[in-house]
Design a binder for this molecule. Structure first.
Ligand code: NAP
Length: 303
C-alpha cells in the first residue's frame, strides 16, 4: 500500500486552516484551480462565502485533516497553530502540513520538531505578496524543508502562486521573508524620510516623487546594478576608487544635520550614519559604501 504522504499527485483534496484576509485569498485561488477544499476557522462565519462557492466547512480541525492528505495553515502565528491543532494530533500521522504563517527561523525549526513528534510531513513557507495577488502565476511563495514533500505537492502549491523551494533548512523560507521585508522597509522608509525632508520646505510628495523616483532607480540604484554588486559582497571586495565610505559618511552627516535643521525625524539617518562610523572604526573607511555589509553580518559591532 502506498503511504498517504508518498502519493505523487496534484492533490485535489486540500484542507485550509485560517481564514483571515490571506487565508480567504488562498481559499479563492484553490477553488478557482478546481480543488476540493475543506476549511476551518475559529470564527466559522468567515467561511460562508467559500461554502457558497462549494468549499466544505469543517466543524473541527480533525475534520479538515480527515478530508485531505494536505492541509495549508495560514494563521497569525506558530503558537496559534499548535493550539488549533492540539485536538487533532492523533490524526496527524502521515499528514502533510504546509505552514504559511509568518514567524522566525527558530519558530520554523521548533515547528519541524513538533511535526516530527506527530508524524507530520512538514513544509514551512512564506507568502511574499498581498492577498489580491494570490493565485497569480508570478505571486512568489517561498518554501523550505523536506524537498521530497515539496516536490510531491508542487502542483498543488502552484495553485496559489509561484512556489520557490529554498532548501532543506526549514528556517530558510521565513529567513528569506524577513530579509526581503527588511529591504522593503528600508527602501520605503528612505523614500518616506526623503519626502518628509522636502515637506519641511512645503514641497508636495507628488512633486518630489516625480523627480526623485526618476533619479533614484535609473541613475543611482536599479535592480540589475544591485544584482551585479552581489558577487562583491560574497568576495568582501569593496574597492574605494570611485568613492569611499568616508565620503559617504559625509553625506550621511549632512542628511542627519539637515533633518535636525528642518525639524524632521533624524533617527533613521542618524542610525545609518552610526553604522558607517562603526564600519570606518573597523578600518573600512577607504573602501566603498558596500563595506557596511561587513558590519551587518555581525550581531554587534566589535569594540
Ligand atoms: P492574521 O490576522 O495574521 O491571521 C488571521 C487568522 O488567524 C484568522 O484565521 C484568525 O481567526 C486566526 N487566529 C488569530 N488568533 C487565533 C486564535 N487565538 N485561535 C485561532 N485562530 C486564531 O491575518 P492574515 O492577513 O490572514 O495573515 C495570515 C498569515 O499570513 C500571517 O502569518 C501573516 O503574517 C501572513 N501574511 C499576510 C499577508 C497580508 O497581506 N495579509 C501577506 C503575507 C503574509 P479568526 O478569523 O477567528 O480571527
Amino acid at each position: 500500500m502506498t503511504p498517504k504522504h508518498a502519493i505523487e499527485q496534484h492533490d485535489n483534496q486540500v484542507g485550509l486552516v485560517g481564514l483571515g484576509p490571506m487565508g480567504l485569498a488562498l481559499a479563492d485561488a484553490l477553488l478557482n484551480q478546481g480543488h476540493s477544499l475543506t476549511v476551518w476557522n475559529r470564527t466559522p462565519g468567515k467561511a460562508d462565502g467559500l461554502v457558497a462557492q462549494g468549499a466544505g466547512r469543517a466543524q473541527t480541525v480533525s475534520e479538515v485533516v480527515a478530508a485531505s492528505p494536505i492541509t495549508i495553515v495560514c494563521l497569525n502565528d506558530y503558537e496559534t497553530m499548535y493550539r488549533v491543532f492540539e485536538p487533532a494530533t492523533a490524526e496527524l500521522d502521515g499528514h502533510v502540513l504546509v505552514n504559511l504563517s509568518s514567524g522566525t527561523p527558530s519558530e520554523a525549526r521548533a515547528a519541524l520538531t513538533w511535526s516530527a513528534e506527530h508524524g507530520i510531513d512538514y513544509l514551512d513557507g512564506a507568502i511574499m505578496v498581498p492577498p489580491p495577488m494570490v493565485g497569480q502565476p508570478d505571486a512568489v511563495f517561498l518554501y523550505s524543508g523536506d524537498q521530497g514533500v515539496f516536490d510531491r505537492h508542487r502542483a498543488t502549491l502552484a495553485s496559489v502562486g509561484d512556489p520557490r523551494y529554498l532548501g532543506a533548512d526549514v528556517g530558510l523560507a521565513v529567513l528569506y521573508n524577513t530579509a526581503l521585508l527588511d529591504m522593503m522597509y528600508a527602501t520605503m522608509n528612505g523614500w518616506l524620510h526623503a519626502t518628509a525632508l522636502l515637506d519641511s520646505a512645503n514641497v508636495p510628495a507628488e512633486k518630489f516623487a516625480e523627480l526623485a523616483l526618476g533619479w533614484f532607480m535609473p541613475s543611482v540604484v536599479d535592480y540589475a546594478s544591485l544584482a551585479e554588486l552581489a558577487p562583491a559582497l560574497d568576495a568582501g571586495d569593496y574597492p574605494g576608487a570611485l568613492g569611499t565610505l568616508e565620503m559617504n559618511l559625509n553625506a550621511l552627516e549632512h542628511i542627519t544635520r539637515t533633518s535636525e535643521e528642518q525639524g524632521v525625524h533624524s533617527g533613521s539617518p542618524r542610525l545609518m550614519k552610526e553604522i558607517a562610523e562603526h564600519a570606518i572604526a573597523e578600518g573600512y573607511g577607504g573602501r566603498n559604501y558596500l563595506a557596511v555589509y561587513e558590519l551587518f553580518k555581525q550581531a554587534k559591532p566589535r569594540s
